[in-house]
Write a protein that binds this ligand. Sequence first.
Ligand code: DGY
Length: 418
Amino acid sequence: RQDMMDHARQVMTDNDRGTYTVPTHGLYPFQWNWDSALSALGFSQYDEPRAWTEIDTLMAHQWDDGMVPHIIFHQPDDGYFPGPDVWGTGRDVPTTGITQPPVAGFAVCRIHDRAKDKALASEKARALLPKIHAWHQWFYRSRDPQSTGLVALLHPWESGRDNSVDWDAAFERVPTEGVGTFTRRDTTHANPAHRPTDDQYRRYIWLVQKFRSLNWDNSKLHDASPFQMVDPGFNAILIRSCHKVADLAGRLGMVEIAAQSRAMADKGVAAMETLWDEKLGQYLCLDRTTGDVVDSPSIGGILGVFAPIPKERAAAISRRIETLAESCEYLIPSHDPAAPEFEGLRYWRGPVWLIVNYMISDGLEQAGETRMVDRIMGDCLRLIETSGFAEYHDPITAEPCGGAHFTWTAAMVIEILE
Ligand code: DGY
């Protein structure tokens, strides 16, 4: 255990660039939005000022409309594609023009609530909550224009689950015309068999070019996008963050933020019901462009449990995970191993991700599903013991995949061991 902890801290230190961390050297040489928020949880266990700095840096690059970008390109690096020239967002410190799962609100509240340095925590939280809240409001304004209570993703990179099976059918409708030739760099750092396909990359880039042609104007992007995906996992992260912010803002006397956050969270929880699938016992995605439910047994619908959903829903999700355990060695596979599309090594089409295990376990814990939590946490540690601090792992063989020496994997191990 001590060895594992030392190793985890070493990974964090090696990827620390002073005011932000890179997810891993080479493959991801900049600051990523949700990576930073989850990594801050790890830092906070042994260095609270460093944890706050991580989130301060992220939020310092928030756009005027409230959006917090998915990548901040702090310094040039030719080893990554698509870089700042492809995005063309015209910022002083370049960023991408799309966002990522808003887990920062959750992280700020958790770090605050368990802080040893209470004075620092309350100073930081007071400064950060209005910014986080503006981001949450941006979501419901820009990504839920019909006010359904659920936001849509406009690019698979926003989901964090880039090449999930969930997007396949919708992604077929994203064109590739007009996308010039380009050279991927990810496949020089990681095994191509662990990464998205070239065809997917062409469509990723088509969407970037489309949004760029609209000057990254978020009042236009939603309706103009051929990809509008309502992901229960993503929405659960947003709802849970709103819920936590409501609670903390209330305690800090920030009454308006508290009331507005509470209203957003409540509306979101109610709307999540429309995504519930009784047959599978989990949530499913909704393709907003067609109105079709996406019948795909992926982890996005299990991550729904991160939101404060009804207890019987959480219990059903726990049973659903029990069923998945019958076809894998390590929980929780990002796609059902019994489904034909499952690929144990390929990014979000099968592998286990510790950060998702952490959020799902946290939701299960809130609902009192503690036996399942112990099992998932045990699987996480067995995976790391067997295969090290990889980006993700094969749920059947434990083969380490993607990037090695990975910051948020280390951060989650620190969280589990503490
Ligand atoms: C990548 O480059 O693979 C990232 O997932 C995009 O954020």
